[in-house]
Structure formats: structure tokens, C-alpha cells
Design a binder for this molecule. Structure first.
Ligand SMILES: *C/C=C(C)/C=C/C=C(C)/C=C/C1=C(C)CCCC1(C)C
Length: 268
């Protein structure tokens, strides 16, 4: 673990604290707004809520690990390693659970027929899990070649997911009602932009040639980078899923917002 300046230490500390707060607030929002969408889209909101709950828990643990890994030195200027390593593996466990759920929530909000949706979710979620599992050996590797090889293998399922979302789902999205179509197109773009960020962060140590012993600036950049990507990919995306579900609920005439709610047959 490198030596950190108080500013570097606090920047990461605050980024973890912010991410935790964002996950927690999004969780409450998603749970409280469930009844705003038609029952068939509630499963998408439930999955979004699970994503931020799982991530919130892991941020809490990462935050604790960060606090335990560094302590102010006797000179009062630098933060030194305490010998308790910073446990970054929480991230991969988190991704293993949340990344398949994120693709599943996107499929759920499309409202496809059950059979179609099930098979698509299976393919995307399997690819997402494989991407994370194959990336991990590279993340903990101590040499550039190993990191590069696993990174490359992990990119294959990543490219497959992008292919499905952009080329295969295009027709489905084109058939969505008015506002939902625009929102879905944006949600897909948000997914690409945020997911594309992770492999770039993964590349930093390869580019700087400091695999295995990150230099302070790189460590801080990687941690803050992943925090921003996570808040956008989980909270931002979850709220977009809510907006899509609500737009579709309105377009399908399920609810008439602003008026008394019609009685629903077999609600939930
Ligand atoms: C909430 C967490 C999310 C959305 C995490 C997404 C992670 C990725 C898209 C990671 C992708 C990777 C590659 C494509 C290659 C290098 C290794 C990874 C795992 C960083």
C-alpha cells in the first residue's frame, strides 16, 4: 500500500461515503415508488432496489476496510499503511451479484413475453457473470501480461452483451410506446457509457506499468473512478428504469395519474 497525503486519503473516504449515501437513498426511492408503476413492471423496480441494497452493503464494507488500511503517521502529514490490506475483493463480489441483476432489470422493463424474456435474461446474465469472473484473476495479477490476458478474455462476454443490447434489442426498443422509446434508448446509452468505464479503469495499471503495486495517484484514481461509475450505473440506471416503467404504465393506460386510481384486478 502506498503512502497517501491527507487530501488523497480524504478524497477516497468521501467518495465511499457519498456512494453509500447514494445507494441507500436510491433504495428508499425505489421501494417507496413501487405503487407508481403497473404490477408487471414492479419486478424491474425490485431488481433495481436489490442492486443498490447489495452495493450499499459492499460500500459500507469497503469504507470500513479503507479506514482500517491507513493511519496518520507520527509526522502527522502522510497516511501510512497499517498492515491491514485494503480489501478490494468486495467490488468483484458486488459485481458478480449486481451486474447480472442490472441486465435482468433492463429486460424486465421491456415487458417481453415470458418465454422470450427468460431466455434473453439467461444469456445476458450468464455473459455478465462470466465477464466478472474472468476479470478477477487479472485484477489480482502481479504482472502486466497476466492482467492483459484475463482482461482480454473478460472482454469477449462484454462485447457479446453490447452486441445483444445494440443490435438485437434495437427492434424491440423501436416498438415501445412514445416516451418509453426515448427513455429506453437513453438507458441503453447510459449502460454503455458507464459499463465502458470499468475496462478503462482496469487498463490504468497496464498503461502505467505498475501492476501489483499501485502508486498513490493511481490507487486514488481507480477508487474514485469506480465510485462514480457505480453511482451512475446503479443509482442513475435504477432511476431511469423507474422512469421507463412509469412512462409505460401511463402509455398503457394502466393508471391515470392525478385522478383517483382505478381499482386493479389482482394487484401485485
Ligand atoms: C455495478 C457494477 C457494474 C455495472 C460493473 C461493471 C463491470 C464491467 C463492465 C467490467 C468489465 C471488465 C472488462 C470488460 C474487462 C476487464 C475486466 C473488467 C471486469 C473490469
Amino acid at each position: 500500500m502506498p503512502e497517501l497525503t491527507p487530501a488523497q486519503y480524504s478524497l477516497v473516504y468521501n467518495a465511499f461515503s457519498f456512494s453509500f449515501a447514494a445507494m441507500f437513498a436510491t433504495f428508499l426511492f425505489l421501494v417507496l415508488s413501487r405503487t407508481q408503476v403497473a404490477p408487471k413492471y414492479r419486478i424491474a423496480l425490485t431488481m433495481s432496489a436489490l442492486v443498490v441494497a447489495i452495493a450499499g452493503y459492499h460500500y459500507f464494507r469497503i469504507f470500513e476496510s479503507w479506514q482500517g488500511a491507513f493511519a496518520p503517521g507520527t509526522d502527522g502529514i502522510a497516511y501510512l499503511s497499517t498492515g491491514y490490506g485494503f480489501n478490494d475483493a468486495y467490488r468483484y463480489i458486488d459485481w458478480l451479484l449486481t451486474v447480472p441483476l442490472l441486465v435482468a432489470e433492463l429486460v424486465a422493463v421491456l415487458g417481453l413475453l415470458r418465454k422470450e424474456a427468460g431466455w434473453l435474461t439467461f444469456r445476458l446474465a450468464t455473459a455478465a457473470a462470466l465477464m466478472v469472473i474472468l476479470g478477477y484473476p487479472g485484477e489480482i495479477a502481479t504482472d502486466v501480461t497476466t492482467r492483459a490476458i484475463w482482461g482480454f478474455i473478460s472482454t469477449i462476454p462484454f462485447v457479446y452483451i453490447i452486441y445483444e443490447l445494440f443490435f438485437r434489442l434495437g427492434a424491440v426498443i423501436a416498438k415501445q410506446p412514445g416516451e418509453a422509446k426515448v427513455l429506453l434508448t437513453n438507458a441503453r446509452l447510459l449502460l454503455l457509457a458507464t459499463w465502458g468505464f470499468y475496462p478503462l479503469v482496469y487498463l490504468i495499471p497496464i498503461v502505467t506499468g505498475r501492476v501489483g503495486e499501485l502508486e498513490a495517484g493511481t490507487l486514488v484514481a481507480v477508487q474514485v473512478g469506480y465510485c462514480i461509475a457505480d453511482v451512475a450505473a446503479k443509482c442513475g440506471f435504477g432511476i431511469m428504469i423507474y422512469a421507463i416503467a412509469r412512462a409505460k404504465t401511463e402509455a398503457e393506460g394502466e393508471y391515470d395519474f392525478g385522478k383517483a386510481q382505478p381499482s386493479m384486478s389482482g394487484a401485485d
